[in-house]
Structure formats: C-alpha cells, structure tokens
Design a protein around this ligand. Structure first.
Ligand code: FES
Length: 283
C-alpha cells in the first residue's frame, strides 16, 4: 500500500472536473493503455483568454487520477501562458507530495497539459520532435524527455528516472543509456554552478589528498552505490587521480561517462579545476 497524503486520497476519491468538453480549445492525450497510464486533458478559454473550464479522463492508479484532478484545479483561471509554466513538481506539491515511485503521474499531467497547449496553438494533435530519439522502447520515452525530467527534478540515478517517467522500468535494456544521460545532465549542473566568489584556496599536497578522499566518500560513492556500483581511490599523483570501479560500475559501458562526466567534474568543482581522473589499468 502506498503512503498517500490526505489530499491525494481526497482527489482520488472525489476527482474534480472528470469528463469531456464538447468544443474544447485545446486537447492533449499522453501515455497509453499498454503502459498502464493514459490521460486526456482538455480546456476551454473565456473571452479574456483565461481557462474557464478544464476536464480530464484518465486510466491509471490513484496517483494518476489525483494528479489529473489537481492539474485541472491548478489551471482554472490561468492564461495559457501561465498554465504552461506549471511543472510536475508543482503538481506533486499541490497534492502534498507523491511517493517517489509515483512521480511519473505528475510528469504525465505536465505532458498532457503541454500537449493540450500545443494543440491549442497549432491545431496539431501530436507534439513531433524529429530530432528526438527513443531511448526506452518499452515505454516509448525519448532522450529529451529523460534529460528534461532529470534536469527539472535534479535526478541522479537510473531508479529516479524510472520513478519519474518509467524509462528503464521494463526489460532494462536501456538502463546503461539512461545512466549516460543522467551523468551528462549532472555534469551540466556542475558547469552551470557559479564559481566561488573568493579566490581558490592553495592546498598543500596533504590537504588535497584528504579533500579528494572526503569528496569521494561524501559525494561520489553514495551516488554510485544507489546504482549498485562503487569506486576505490587507487592513487593521486599531482593533479592525476587514479580510480578503480567496483560493483555494477566495473565493466559498465557507461563507466567512461561516469568517470569523466561525474567523478572528474565533481573533483574539479570541489578540489581543483586541473584534476584529471583516470581508471586503473586503462590509461
Ligand atoms: S527498453 Fe527501457 S526498459 Fe526496456
């Protein structure tokens, strides 16, 4: 039994705005019955361009029904531009939170709203992105969708991505690919962070070694262990840090991206921008 908030249970038992609008201005459908969740959202504008009516029909679990119901309440009275800024996190927050494994329901709500707004603006029933590629064929989830949920929700592991958009939750063939995407999004986050205002400290060799060990223990190892991997510090010579992957990371095809995009980026951020990370026996 999931641990649902009172508000989720209220929206599940007494869903608001269920049904269809006879002549909607925007309609969006996402998900599929084959994947277990599907949602159609529609809205009608008033003369001032504000959403005066919103209705939904959904097939899914209590969280999917509650998220859809909450979303219709959230968009009523808003302009299309205002509604378009609603994030999946805001839908979950409106409900007092969702279980981690059910966050994909809030993402489905946000996607349905975007599809309905796209339909209103273009008349098209499908949002096409010809440059996008499907990463998870089991659930039809594309690279851009994975990047977006990872960016917007600060996701760090494959399991978290599965919770938010289902990708990786079927046969598992796409999990290495998802890991690469998550690592590259993590590297983006590191690059985007502002450099510290004060001049970087000049570390002694001993301070640098201790700081590297501390960052590996505190920041890097826990993230890898969430995906059943691990890393050992083998040697430090000048700015070159030699590591060895353990567990699921050892032999993983994505280990190069993890080493460069996550471990090296983290050590450069926290210790010294000149650090290079190499893998024992590889370089
Ligand atoms: S291809 Fe992603 S779980 Fe099967």
């Amino acid at each position: 039994m999931w641990n649902y908030t009172d508000k989720v249970m209220d929206h599940f038992r007494n869903p608001r705005n269920v049904g269809r609008i006879a002549d909607p201005d925007g309609v969006g459908t996402v998900g599929s019955l084959a994947c277990g969740d599907a949602l159609t959202l529609m809205f009608k504008l008033d003369a001032a361009g504000r959403i005066r009516d919103a209705k939904f029909q959904t097939f899914g679990c209590a969280s999917a029904i509650a998220s859809s119901s909450a979303l219709t309440e959230m968009i009523l009275g808003k302009t299309v531009a205002e509604a378009g800024k609603i994030t999946n996190k805001e839908i979950a927050d409106y409900l007092g939170g969702l279980p981690d494994q059910k966050m994909h329901c809030s993402v489905m709500g946000r996607e349905a709203l975007e599809a309905a707004i796209h339909n209103y603006r273009t008349g098209e029933t499908q949002m096409k992105n010809l440059d996008d590629r499907i990463v998870c064929t089991c659930f039809g989830v594309s690279e851009n969708e994975i990047r977006r949920v990872a960016r917007e929700n600060s996701l760090a592991t494959v399991e978290e991505v599965t919770n938010f958009c289902k990708a990786g939750g079927g046969c598992g063939m796409c999990r290495n690919e998802i890991k690469k995407i998550v690592d590259s999004v993590a590297a983006e986050r590191v690059q985007q962070r502002q450099p510290p205002a004060e001049a970087p400290r000049k570390l002694t060799n001993l301070q640098k070694i201790k700081l590297i060990e501390e960052i590996i223990d505190r920041e890097i190892r826990p993230a890898l262990r969430r995906d059943h991997g691990d890393v050992d510090l083998v040697d430090i010579s000048g700015d070159t840090v030699t590591i060895a992957f353990r567990g699921m990371c050892a032999g993983c095809q994505a280990s190069g991206a993890t080493r460069h995009g996550f471990i090296e980026a983290k050590l450069r951020e926290c210790v010294s921008p000149g650090i290079t990370v190499v893998e024992e026996g590889r370089e």
